[in-house]
Structure formats: C-alpha cells, structure tokens
Design a protein around this ligand. Sequence first.
Ligand code: HEM
Length: 441
Amino acid sequence: MKKNEFRVPHGPAGKWRPTLQLIRNPREALESWAKDYGDPFLLNALNGPVVVTGREDLIRTIHAQDPNDYAPFATGTIVPLMGSGSMLILEGDAHRRERRLVMPMFHGDRMKSYGASMQQCAKEQFSAHRERGQVVALELMTDISLEVIVRTIFGGNDRQLAVQLMNASRVVVASASPLLFFSQKTHVPFFGLSPWDRWRKAKKELFHLLDSVIEDRLKSSIPSDDILSLLCNAKYEDGQSITREHIYSELMTFLFAGHETTALSLTWAIYHLHKNSVSLSTLRNELDSLEDDSPTNLTTAPYLKAVVQETLRIHPIVTETLRKLKAPLQLGDYLLPAGMSVAPATVLAHHNPTTYPEPELFRPERFLERSYSPFEYMPFGGGHRRCIGAAFASYEMVIVLGTLLKKFEFELVDSEPVVPKRRNVTIGPSTGVPIRVIRDR
Ligand code: HEM
C-alpha cells in the first residue's frame, strides 16, 4: 500500500444495516468485521464514515494527535440531548477551558472526601433493597450510583430533593432510546409516542427541577462545597463566570454520564465474581485480612482494585469512542481526509488475545502480573477526551464492592449466562442479575 493514500479496507456494505448491527451487538459486530476486513476498516455509519481500529499502535497515533485537529462526533445528536454547553460537544479552547475548570472537582483529595458518603449510600441502599425482598444487582447498583452522583453534585443535606432528582433522572435514562444517539433523523415528534417525544417529556421534568435548584443555589449565601455550588461560583482562568445554560448542560452530562456507567460495571463485577469461585474466595480472603471496611483500607486492597480493572476490561461500557477529523491524519499506512471519523474500538483492544491471553476469562490476576499501556487498556477512553470521572468511578467501584462483599455473602439466583446487551450509548448485562444473600459476615 502506497503511503499518503486513503484506501482503508471497506467494512460492511450499506449504512442502516451495519449501524443497526452496531447498536444491537457492538462487540459481535466489531469482532466479526475486524476478522473479515482486517484492522483498521472503514465503516459507513449513519452519522458518517468512520475508520475503526483496535490496534495499539494506531490508537496511540489517534490519542497523540493535536486535539485541535478533532471535532466531537455527531454533535447533531448530542446537543438536543445534553444542551450546547456539555463538555461532550465542546471543542478546541472551550473544551480545554471547561476540563480545566471541572477536572479538580472529581480528582485527588476532593474525590477521597466522597468515600464515606459512597459507603453510606451502599449500606443504606442495600438494606432498603434487602427489606423489599429479592435483590436485583443492577437495580441496587443503579440506586447506589445515582444517589452517589446526586449527593456529590447537589450535596447530601436535602433528602427530599435528592429523591426527586433521582426519580427524574431515572425516567430520563429509561427514555434514552439508543436510536436517539445514533441518528438525528430519530429526533422527530409523533403524537407524543415517538422515542424523541418520550425523551423530551422526561427531560422537561428534570429540566424544571434543575432550574429551580440552580436558581436557589445562585441566590443562596450559605457556603456549600458540592459540585453545583462549585460550578455556580466557578470562574474560568480569564475571570469569566460559567453561564446558567452551561451549568444546566454540565449537570445533565454528569448525571447522565456519571451513574449508569458505574452501575453497569458494578453489576458485571458482582456477576463475574459469583461465576468464578476462585476469584471470589481470593477477594474474600483479602477483605477478611483488612482490619475494617474504612474507605482508606479498601483502597489499599490490590486484588479488589484488580477485580475492578478486569471488570472494566472484559466489559467496556463504551465499546468504541469516536472523533471527527478536522485535519488529515496519517494513521499507519493510510492518510485519512478531514471530515472522516476515527474510532478506537475499546472492545477490540480489550479482547486482543496477544495482549490478554484467553480474553473471555475473568481473571483479575492479569492486572497484578503486568501493567498495560493506555492504548491497550482504555475503559475510560483516552487523549484529550478521557473520561473526567475515571478516578471517581474506579474509587466508587472499590468502595461499593468492598463494603458489600466484606459484610455479606451472596449467590446468583439464575445459573443462565448473562451476555452484553445495548442500553443506550452504553452496553450492559442482558439481565438485572438477581442475587440472594446467603450469609451476613
Ligand atoms: C465506570 C464508569 C464510567 C465509564 C466506563 C466511563 C467511560 C467514559 C468514556 C469511554 C468516555 C469517552 C472518552 C473518550 O471519548 O475518549 C467518557 C467521557 C466522559 N465521562 Fe465517563 N465513564 C464513567 C464514569 C463517569 C463519571 C462518574 C463521570 C462523572 C461526572 C463521568 C463523566 C464523563 C464526562 C463529562 C465525559 C466527557 C469528557 C470529554 O468529552 O472531555 N464519567 N466516559
């Protein structure tokens, strides 16, 4: 192949069919296309042509590229969903400025201060679910991670407000049909019955609630250090304040990006641990050896951390991340023109048998035996758009799993295998993973 020539092998023919295959079962689709057409390959998705790759060297090139050469992918679908101030669709200087403002809110010592609240949410939610009868892991984890993000963003004092926000957010997530994220053509009303109508109705209710909370917080003189207060008082480096519209977009983004992802990953962790008795007993032994379940102790447990890492490897919640090229990109042998998009396919990288022998096996030990480059392991994406909640989510997973598994012994109610299934932009387990408590420890 001559260099500087755009001739990436074509993937599947057509637009609708491959897009629907990608929506339905991204892992199966991407793996079979990479096998049939090679890596990289060109996919003609509904939102435009995309070069897909799971190769470490090419992902490195994509993530090392100047951020100014990229635009976010398919903003046309995201803006009506999240608002025009969402970090997901900002680009260039505005995106950098936003990340610099928001990143410290989810990092370092600040993040550690959330540990006690995360643990309290895990314990209280678990008791409530247990009292109601059978515990369904996904429902439990959704309630835990939703309460964690709501408390982190809005503060933990107003219980009634937290419950209202949690209920409204649940309705918004439930109304987020995958189609809405994959084509703007689906953003059409139809007598109140279309996915777009359902989303707009749910969003309107959450919007009203957020609006009144923002209004109160902007007027309030009581000092508070939750994320909403930080946003309301935040100043960019140039001294400018963040606009109200912008605060609304970011709250929507944090609520949306920040809880379902973590809940799905926690559910997978529970499932795999209870399908793999060796991993479960190794983890139990480690937890037993800890003096107590304080967040500080839980974060020093290496096997617990490896369980979290392996869960995010085997089931990346976002199977591929996308960037649109604003300038040509030399990707290995291929020169890609501006206007084309590139997609590091996390699911292909995470299931590469050369990097991860027997990739189908849940084996946390692999993260204790060696380290992986950020182009081999990237559950939180990479480059200038790497997830701002990565440290927060990993920390939350450690606290929630450690807290529950140190205190209780569970078993799975169903023996049927659980497989990945599309939810909206995320991929989750095909069932809710019901569990039974067999012993309090
Ligand atoms: C297990 C949990 C989570 C997973 C697997 C996850 C995964 C991801 C991925 C793959 C991306 C795209 C990165 C890219 O394009 O390269 C992303 C972006 C993002 N995530 Fe997360 N995430 C999680 C939790 C969170 C949490 C707790 C927050 C907190 C607010 C959050 C906020 C965001 C935001 C704001 C972005 C956009 C970043 C940007 O465009 O600059 N995520 N996440």
